[in-house]
Design a protein around this ligand. Sequence first.
Ligand code: UGA
Length: 434
Amino acid sequence: MNIAVIGTGYVGLVTGLCLAQVGHYVTCIDIDTNKIDQLQKGHSPIYEEGLDKLLRENRQQKRIEFTTDYDMGLADKQMILLAVGTPQKNDGSADLGALFSACRAIAEHLSTDVIVVTKSTVPIGTNERIQDYIKQHAVNNNAVSVVSVPEFLRQGSAVQDTFHGDRIVIGGENTEAVETVAEVYQPFNIPIIKTDLRSAEMIKYASNAFLAAKISFINEVANLCERAGANIDDVSRGVGMDKRIGNHFLKAGTGYGGSCFPKDLSAIIAYGRKVEQPLSILECVQRVNEKQMDILAGKVSKRFRGLKGITIAVLGLSFKPNTDDMRNAPSIPLIQKLIENGANINAFDPAATETAKTLLSDKVFYYETIDGALKGADCSIIITDWKEIIDYPIKLFKKHLARPIIFDGRNCFSLKIMKENGMEYYSIGRPAIF
Ligand code: UGA
């Protein structure tokens, strides 16, 4: 099938390349000329494992092309995927500006009957608005059917998630359009759930909200474990072995971040308020997450009886490993709090330093190595569980730090090893070693 994808961010680019890989002809459209220039030269503007290979192969096979020109990009397409960003507005609701500009472009450039597939995460009811909007602004009399196919891929494993997802949700009011989209996705060999537009939109929000709830839940249990003298690693394992609960997303830490969970939680909570059905569980999930980001700062402050003049080596800045994404990263409020209370910060991250410089206080010192960040610091705080940090030898922590003290927000090390190496070690939901 001939398919256009509007938006070449994580979702659009990965989806476009994966659809090309299973045999479709795909044109990716973006208004960002820099991105399109890079892609036309065969360079991906984002890093995702396996993406460069997909780009190389599908360019060679002439199954993928990139353009900023809607006329050329939308010509003769049977299906158009909408994969533009829906960032959070100040009031917590989703900003649909980019989405409706893309719809306007579709309406103005359409010359054949088409199925519009929404991949972007959109508030309940938006797909119906898209359908009406395109119809209202269409310059020709072509038939347009809107279908919702929400995205469940994770940054860092986006290609793998697209080929090996747990399900593909296809929501729409036009049965023929839903069946056509199902055929397009057939080669992925993933179970397909067909439903209506609103249920598809809700499945996306409910999935992210449930995963976020699992994280806040386990973080609260971890905080309780600290008081009770229990060990959250064992508790998570024991709880997660119950198949009804499942062992994923039960890793306690400094809270969830990124471009999806915080934004989607705020959007669904805002929707709940709007329709007078407040989501009290999710409001708590959000509050617990915000509090969790403060926990490490509190532990350091307690240990040093205040933070004034203390130098802290912060290891890991991105919201999770294997990405340079700093959006809603727990490192941002944590570092801000440490600095406000008079601490000096040495920071290290394998990928996110350049982005961090634009977001964090200019008082932060950045280092290219863990050694450099640790040298002479009074303690270290681990915020992101990068492999480089997990594999860093404990004896080097001891050698470089002025005092052998680690506050570990991701439970990277075993208590036994810390004890054997004579470290003072505070983690999440596990007994302190001192
Ligand atoms: C998330 C969902 O996992 C995807 O299914 C969804 O498609 C995506 O949002 C989206 O809506 O686009 P992502 O934000 O890339 O994907 O990252 P995750 O791997 O889910 O991690 C989110 C946050 O939760 C991270 O900050 C991570 O450190 C934290 N987390 C995750 C925990 O603290 N504990 C866990 O056990 C798991």
